[in-house]
Write a protein of this length. Structure first.
Length: 293
């Protein structure tokens, strides 16, 4: 080994799906000694040829290194894989997709076994891993000391964003951003459906749609400012009353175009409810309070 390789943190990685394999290859390429395990052993064969040590069991893999990264199918898989492993003194970084509650429960489960815990929410797809400037990153939450200890190693596959000591915060940030993404996709789907039967080229329409969404994106800062200050009328450009008055045109257009309004109707209904409660001079921020139970 070269001196450079010796200085690199050794990593154990459990789980070699598409994301796990991308993580593994990135750490190997950066010179980190890597031990891997996967429930289906054949997935590890290509990585062995690239320099990874392949463990016969999760228990064996965990025993090799103090830094153990888990990237499995779900929380139940993590439970099964680590059930018989000796975690005492280990640093466990869980990159398995889960809920905030699962992340917190797994943090306590880990502490009871004498290990330190960090949860990561991956904001990337496998092709973005290990690619500089791809835009991919990982939210981390849990032990700040653990994050600082392994920050450089964790930053090899993708950028790192630490969001707090609460182990559930990374999962919460992950799901919140992805929920916003799906809301955007829903709006885009409705927009494309409206033009679907017309002599309008979707490829020509797409840049207009993308530019419009980008132009509207900064509105989230105004929403955040209103939520923080509690004044939902601050900086309002178009009042809720004005926007509700315009919704019949959107619904009528959908009907005329033969398009189901099911993607937009629920939001319009929330807007009407907030207006009925006296929020006519507000922005759309008040809808958030209707959603919080």
């Amino acid at each position: 080994m070269t001196q450079n390789t010796v200085e690199k943190t050794s990593v154990t990685l459990l789980g070699l799906g598409a994301m796990g394999t991308a993580l593994a290859r990135t750490w190997l390429a950066a010179g980190h000694p890597l031990t891997v395990w996967n429930r289906t052993p054949a997935r590890a064969t290509p990585l062995a040829a690239e320099g990874a040590k392949v463990a016969d069991s999760a228990v064996e893999a965990v025993a090799v290194n103090s830094l153990v990264v888990v990237c499995l199918l779900d929380d139940a898989s993590v439970q099964d894989a680590l059930a018989d492993a000796d975690l005492a003194g280990r640093d466990l970084v869980n990159l398995t997709t889960g809920t905030p509650a699962q992340a917190r429960e797994r943090a306590e489960w880990t502490r009871e076994r004498g290990a330190r815990y960090l949860y990561g929410g991956i904001m990337a797809v496998p092709p973005m891993i290990g690619v500089p400037d791809s835009g991919g990153y990982v939210f981390y939450s849990g032990s700040p000391e653990l994050f600082e200890r392994h920050r450089d190693t964790l930053a090899v596959p993708a950028g790192t964003v630490y969001v707090g000591r609460d182990a559930g915060f990374a999962a919460l940030h992950d799901v919140a951003l992805l929920s916003a993404m799906y809301g955007m996709f829903a709006g885009a789907a409705h927009a494309f459906a409206l033009i679907r039967k017309e002599d309008i080229d979707p490829a020509s329409f797409a840049p207009l749609l993308a530019d419009w969404l980008v132009a509207m994106a900064p509105a989230v800062h105004r929403t955040a400012d209103q939520l923080r200050g509690g004044d939902y009328t601050r900086g309002v450009v178009s009042t809720l009353a004005m926007q509700v008055a315009g919704t019949p045109a959107f619904l009528s257009t959908a009907e005329q175009q033969g398009v189901s309004p099911e993607l937009v109707s629920p939001y319009f209904e929330l807007m009407r409810r907030r207006l009925a409660e006296g929020g006519g001079e507000e922005d759309l921020t008040g809808v958030i309070d209707l959603l919080v139970r």
